[in-house]
Design a protein around this ligand. Structure first.
Ligand code: ZN
Length: 325
């Protein structure tokens, strides 16, 4: 009897110990699982934050220059370096996004032998530290061009907007901020940026700008949106936008020499009755400035006429404005 009850107690104890072991192992698994989930959450959280930062960086990737007023000299030079870096990235990006964009009127615009050739030199992204040199060269050759500028508040830039207008060049708009992320965020954002540059240039020069160049062109893939909303807005404002059908290549990552830039332009200019030539006016585009004199000479040697964009200029657009409601 006694033996049996001892056995019974022992059996009971073993059973409990087994149950406890099972409980412990369940508890341990639970704790491990919770700990793993906890670390996974932390990991994902950190990942989300870092992706957000990356996204912010990409959204503001196209900042040309922030206004620098109260910063120290060191901060200023860092800013300028960052600006130049971003500028290069921006321009190569702009260029590389749509290398094969063709003007909507490509066929009708092809030149036949004997057709007069009209060439419109356009400079995007200015004013910059190179604008004076560009204007001086244009002056020297008595040639007028078109500047698609962005919004810069410093006094030197204000003088340059005025000089562009006073010397008979066409002052066009190229957005105020040139930040793709914000300009193309929504139609409202685009309209706001547009009004800002339009009003600002009117305030500074007393002249109304009638021409626009979309950052990235009307065929850009950067906006990631249908461009028709922006196009019909410009149509409603009586603004004509110009893309280009000849690219100097000064914004590609290839770093063309001045002579190569000239060749890029001259070899294409002969193809069209109207050529709108894409160039850039930024601090770093020295090759463009160095190419300009020879480029003008070689274009003129073809018998082509160099002119600023005006009311009667044949429109060169990748997406035709009249194809949009
Ligand atoms: Zn641009």
């Amino acid at each position: 009897m006694e033996n049996q009850s001892t056995k019974g107690i022992r059996g009971e104890k073993e059973k409990r110990a087994r149950v406890n072991r099972i409980k412990m192992s369940i508890l341990c698994s639970l704790l491990i699982w919770m700990a793993l989930s906890f670390f996974l959450c932390i990991f994902l959280f950190v990942k989300v934050i870092s992706l957000e930062h990356k996204l912010d960086y990409l959204m503001d990737h196209f900042v040309i220059r922030e206004e620098v007023e109260t910063e120290t000299e060191t901060a200023q030079s860092t800013e300028v370096a960052a600006y130049q870096q971003l500028d290069t990235e921006l321009l190569s990006y702009e260029e590389e996004q749509y290398p094969i964009a063709q003007a909507a009127n490509f066929k009708e615009n092809l030149a036949n032998p004997g057709d007069p050739l009209k060439v419109y030199l356009t400079f995007d992204d200015g004013p910059s530290s190179n604008t004076v040199r560009i204007l001086d060269i244009l002056n020297q050759y008595q040639v007028k061009a078109t500047f698609f500028v962005i919004g810069r508040q410093d006094e030197a830039s204000k003088t340059l907007y005025q000089r562009i207008v006073e010397e008979g060049h066409t002052l066009g708009m190229h957005s105020y901020s040139h930040k793709y992320g914000s300009i193309y965020a929504s139609l409202e954002a685009f309209q706001e940026d547009f009004s800002k540059i339009q009003n600002y240039l009117f305030e500074v020069t007393g002249q109304e700008c009638l021409y626009y160049r979309f950052p990235g062109g009307s065929s850009n893939q950067v906006s990631n949106q249908d461009m028709s909303g922006y196009i019909s807005y410009l149509n409603s404002q009586g603004i004509t936008y110009y893309d280009w059908n000849v690219s100097s290549g000064d914004a590609t990552s290839q770093a063309f020499s001045p002579q190569e830039l000239v060749e890029n332009v001259v070899s294409d200019v002969v193809k069209y009755k109207t050529s709108v030539v894409l160039m850039h006016d930024t601090d770093k585009k020295n090759a463009t400035v160095e190419a300009l004199g020879t480029m003008i000479e070689e274009i003129q040697a073809l018998g082509a006429e160099i002119m600023p964009i005006q009311e009667d200029t044949t429109v060169i657009q990748h997406i035709a404005a009249d194809s949009v409601e």
